[in-house]
Unconditional design. Structure first.
Lengths: 550, 531
């Protein structure tokens, strides 16, 4: 094995003689989805700089939607070209995998992002401020909450159109995250999507202090988890002498004999492998929101602007689970005996913890946050299956879950009172009387979260539980159904509140949204029902996409 | 391709539900007539099923099979046996009566401040919703009687909880004034309790359903039965027992069997009388039906293993339900506890593992449906007149409303299994069938009949006889609509009590088949079920 074999995209330049740095070989066409989104994000920055303020909003929305749609078309094109199955391979000198799971997840992220951008762009919900239509984001992020400069910004009708390029940057990172095929790419992708998210969290128009607090919390804890991840990467490099997934897997399985002389002291040291692997897992489980790395979730979900929460809850989860799957199935299958028991424990406490704590919540956004934790547990049950069904079921679940989530948060943005969104549960009493349609739609989402048959939630839950049972994790399935029962209680409680309680006199009003949010909610409902009643096509899709390239 | 009769029988009410829900807010009466028309159409389809069904023919008839979710190994497979077709008939028969009986249950209330304000918004359409939900329940119940794919059955078993939940929680007894906070709280408590009990049961069943797939590799009853017969499928004893328990738990909650019964009195007490009938006479039958079809057929060995315990629980249900019925002060809760006692009989008959017992249990399901419907609907009419569910608020009704009292009495006598009325035949068969295998259980269960006489007759005596109470004075007798609801049910009770043969002819071959599934022979001497 030549020493260059252990190098990756990131280290070839360093190895080469300085007088002739070899140009890395990049398959641009196969990376098109990411590149399109990234390019659009950069253009978005230029738009902020050069386009007049009054037309920025329209340009940004147009640009974002077109870019995401084009990227999705590129994903479909790649999948149709067989890159998901027969032509799956590793592009960009080992940095990016172009294979079924990557393309499936990228497609899911892009679709979810389009829907999320719709909710970002909604400007009908808040009452007009000084004759200007406003969205959910702060007029001017830099002005201190409650200050004169904030008032001036509101009066001038400023809006933070930067959210669109920020979202696009985040999406581009998320596209790379599940496709990353070496640890450094993984880390770079993580940072590329995390940093814009930290910012987006801080940009709420209402309750700005809470929003900023959420962002700081998210940033601090996220920085910790990044540090863990990075430390883990360093340790794994020490263990394997490479950051490439394939090489690490080979070293783990013992098929690499020769040792990099520079790393002779550490290579093959199992302590490094175990500690490093555990730290990387911790970093990923943080992003996934699994117990005990979930502490940020409720605060951030509650504080962030609701469209951002929906985007984060859906797309981040998809990306993070994609990366987790690839890490466990490609890098560490050789030590599944070591990580499976740990992941069992994490899955169990995540399912139970999320479901039990959710019961006591009184804020709808926090409730959905804990519910997302419980769902992370269900998905982990599928991850642990370690069979082909495990991968396909997780892919399917992620697709199903992300649309329910975005739809549910989009409904949350509609229910408002004088203070903005009325997220306290007591204010939702009798909503079914005031606006039967909105309440019915939200009930559909809640039933899907609860996994009631004929919704996508049931198909997904059934798929992961079946995979887990086939993978020998029957006990997990039992814990899963028990926590589903617990979880059902609080979803049902919200339905009771909406339909069977008398409306309060000072209750919130339901804002009439523009076509954008309507479309987002409509897509959510349609996907929820289609995946519930006739999931076969999408299961096939997930099934065909369930082979990782090594 | 022949006409998909089974699908049509379920699809008609499903489409009817959507159409009913879509009727504009102002056209409430049109929605009611549409729902009634759809339910009668469904009854016609169910009747065609009964006619086309050949007793003694293939086990599952009128079958349909289509690919559905290949990845889960799920097919859309339908087929009816004698038990299924009888219960579909019962369901389709009762729904028009339930709709007619609940004709005014979801109308806007005239309050002192003018019409109910929540109707004023125009978008809130409870009347349409009420009848649409009933039809939705009918569609799911019918399809669950037809499903021969375990997964398909499971989906319906769970999904029917949602419309039931809204029916219980959303439409309260008119005994309470609108806006009565305490009543609303109780009602939503009952609805949530109903949903959670059944959901927990269903989720435990979900684990067993997945387990079954892992073990058997299929959800199709036919395929699993064939694999069992050819010996290619062998379940380890413990696995089979665990899976059996998972399924049985869900069915026992639904049925309901002591000690999982506590949701039923709440649900039946708080729901309107027609919805209470829907719960106990229609939806709960899915539980007992599923014990026969799924527990015995999929897990014959485990069923035999569990029989002694289940029979004991059933006997406890019979006695406990009857004792609590004796002590009730609330008419609807009394009927609910009586139903628990009757479900005990049904479950005992199923697990006695004799052909009389199982024939009797199946007949019991049908007869209990009709007799409870008669009693409960008349009770509902009574309650709507006085505005109270308490027995002590009535007295001497037979002097003011003789027809009401008379029909109430017949419904009550059917409930206590008076010879000559339909439930007698089934109760007798169940007791005979049980006695030949478990004499002790048979003897103790007979006490249930005595207690039934007590709670029914005491109820009648306290409400209908004696001096006429002031509030009861001037109570109107049954109206034409109400009479049209009750009279056919009573006619049917008498007809099936005197001449049960049409029903037994359909049911018996299916029961023999089930008996051969569990490889049980009747204990000697073999007594052929009443012909």
């Amino acid at each position: 094995m030549s020493s260059s074999a252990v190098h990756s995209l990131w280290t070839t330049a360093a190895e080469g003689k300085l007088d002739k740095i070899p140009a890395p070989h990049i398959e641009y066409a196969q990376l098109a989805p990411t590149l399109i989104v990234l390019g659009a994000a950069l253009i978005g920055v230029l738009v902020e700089a050069f386009v007049p303020r009054r037309s920025r909003y329209y340009v940004q929305v147009f640009l974002s939607v077109v870019a995401l749609a084009a990227a999705f078309a590129a994903v479909v094109g790649l999948a149709a070209g067989g890159y998901g199955t027969t032509k799956a391979h590793i592009a960009a000198m080992g940095a990016i995998a172009v294979d079924g799971p990557a393309l499936f997840l990228q497609g899911t992220i892009l679709l979810a992002s389009v829907v999320a951008v719709f909710t970002f762009a909604e400007r009908r919900l808040d009452p007009e401020a000084h004759g200007n239509r406003v969205d959910s984001f702060a007029a001017q992020a830099a002005s201190v909450p409650g200050s004169d400069s904030e008032q001036a910004a509101v009066k001038a009708g400023f809006t933070t159109t930067e959210v669109f390029p920020l979202a696009l940057f985040a999406v581009s990172g998320m596209l790379v995250f599940p496709a990353a095929n070496d640890l450094l790419t993984l880390f770079v992708a993580l940072e590329v999507f995390s940093l814009p998210l930290y910012l987006l969290c801080a940009l709420a128009r209402r309750k700005r202090l809470m929003s900023q607090e959420a962002a700081v919390k998210y940033f601090l804890l996220g920085a910790f988890s990044s540090a863990f991840l990075l430390f883990g990467i360093a340790l794994l490099y020490g263990y394997a002498g490479s950051v490439s997934y394939a090489t690490i897997a080979d070293v783990v399985s013992g098929s690499v004999q020769n040792v990099d002389p520079a790393l002779a002291g550490t290579m093959g040291n199992d302590a490094l492998l175990l500690i490093g692997g555990a730290m990387i897992l911790m970093g990923l489980l943080f992003k996934v929101g699994a117990v005990p790395f979930h502490m940020w979730t409720p605060d951030v979900y509650q504080g962030a602007p609701t469209p951002v929460t929906g985007f984060m809850a859906a797309a981040t989860k998809v990306a993070a689970f994609g990366a987790l799957l690839r890490l466990l199935y490609v890098v560490l299958p050789g030590m599944s005996w070591d990580w499976r028991p740990v992941m069992w424990g994490v899955a169990i406490i995540t399912m139970l913890g999320g479901a039990v704590v959710a019961i006591t919540q009184t804020d709808i956004k926090r409730l959905l946050a804990y519910s997302s934790i419980a769902h992370a547990g269900f998905i982990l049950a599928g991850v642990i299956a370690t069979n082909a069904d495990g991968i396909s079921s997780v892919l399917f679940y992620l697709g199903a879950y992300s649309f329910v989530t975005i739809g549910a948060f989009a409904v949350v943005t509609l229910v408002r009172d004088a203070g903005g969104e009325a997220t306290h549960l007591s204010k939702w009493a009798g909503l079914g009387r005031r606006s039967p349609l909105v309440a019915a739609v939200f009930a559909v989402f809640l039933l899907a979260f609860a996994g009631i048959p004929l919704t996508s939630g049931f198909s997904g839950k059934f798929a992961v539980f079946k995979a887990a049972a086939e993978g020998g994790a029957g006990a997990l399935v039992v814990v899963g159904v028990i926590s589903s029962a617990v979880a059902a209680f609080f979803y049902i409680r919200v339905i009771v509140l909406m339909f069977f309680s008398e409306p309060k006199a000072d209750g919130p009003t339901v804002a009439v949204p523009s076509a954008l949010t309507t479309a987002a909610i409509g897509v959510g409902v349609a996907v929820t029902l289609v995946l519930g009643v006739a999931p076969q096509y999408f299961l096939d899709l997930a099934h065909n996409a369930s082979v990782f390239v090594r | 391709m022949s006409f998909p009769l089974l699908t049509a029988t379920a699809a008609l009410p499903a489409l009817g539900a959507i159409a009913t829900a879509a009727v504009p807010a102002a056209r409430r009466t049109a929605a009611k007539w549409l729902a009634l028309l759809v339910s009668v159409g469904t009854l016609v389809l169910a009747a065609i099923q009964l006619v086309r069904f050949e007793p003694g023919g293939a086990r599952y008839q009128l079958t349909e099979s289509h690919a559905w979710i290949k990845d889960f190994g799920v097919r859309y497979e339908l087929g009816v046996d004698g038990i299924g077709v009888a219960l579909i008939g019962l369901t389709a028969l009762l729904i028009p009566f339930i709709i007619a009986a609940g004709w005014h249950d979801a109308d806007p209330l005239e309050t002192s401040a003018g019409p109910d304000s929540s109707f004023a918004a125009g978008r809130w359409r409870p009347t349409q919703g009420f009848f649409a939900l009933i039809l939705a329940v009918e569609a799911m119940v019918v399809l669950s009687f037809e499903a021969t794919d375990v997964f398909l059955f499971y989906i319906l078993f769970e999904a029917m909880l949602i419309p039931m939940y809204f029916l219980i929680g959303g439409f309260g007894d008119r005994a309470h004034a609108q806006g009565d906070e305490a009543a609303a709280t109780q009602r939503s408590y009952a609805a949530v309790k109903f949903l959670l009990y059944n959901l927990v049961g269903g989720l435990i069943m979900l684990a067993a359903v997945i387990g079954l797939y892992v073990v058997a590799g299929s959800f199709s009853l036919n395929e699993i039965a064939a694999a069992r017969a050819s010996g290619s499928l062998h379940m380890a004893t413990n696995t089979e027992r665990l899976l059996f328990l998972g399924f049985f738990f869900a069915f026992a909650v639904k049925a309901p069997l002591w000690p999982l019964h506590t949701w039923l009195p709440n649900a039946m007490g708080e729901a309107t009388a027609p919805v209470a009938v829907l719960i106990t006479a229609v939806v709960d039958k899915v539980g007992t039906f599923a014990m026969l079809r799924f527990c015995l057929q999929l897990f014959p060995e485990a069923s035999k293993w569990a029989t002694p315990v289940i029979v004991v629980l059933a006997v406890i249900s019979i006695i406990y339900g009857a004792l609590l019925a004796v002590g009730q002060r609330d008419i609807k809760r009394l009927v609910a506890y009586a139903s628990i006692s009757h479900f005990g009989f049904i479950i005992m008959g199923i697990f006695a593992m004799t052909s009389q017992g199982q024939s009797g249990a199946t007949l019991y399901m049908v007869n209990h449906g009709i007799s409870t419907a008669a009693l409960m609907l008349v009770a509902g009419f009574l309650i709507s007149r006085r505005g109270s569910r308490l027995i002590s608020d009535y007295g001497g009704v037979q002097k003011v409303a003789p027809v009401l009292a008379g029909t109430f009495l017949i419904g009550g006598l059917a409930t206590l299994s008076l010879p000559g009325l339909a439930p007698f035949v089934s109760e007798f068969l169940v007791l005979v069938g049980t006695f030949s295998r478990y004499p002790a259980a048979g003897v103790v269960a007979t006490l249930g009949i005595v207690l039934a006489a007590l709670y029914v007759l005491v109820l009648y005596q306290r409400t209908m006889t004696g001096p006429v109470k002031a509030e009861v004075q001037g109570m109107p007798d049954l109206k034409v609509r109400e009479l049209l609801v009750v009279a056919p049910l009573i006619g049917l009770l008498i007809f099936l009590g005197v001449y049960p043969k049409p029903l037994t002819d359909i049911v018996n071959p299916a029961v023999r088949q089930t008996m051969s599934d569990v490889q049980k022979k009747d204990p000697n001497p073999v007594v052929e079920a009443a012909k």
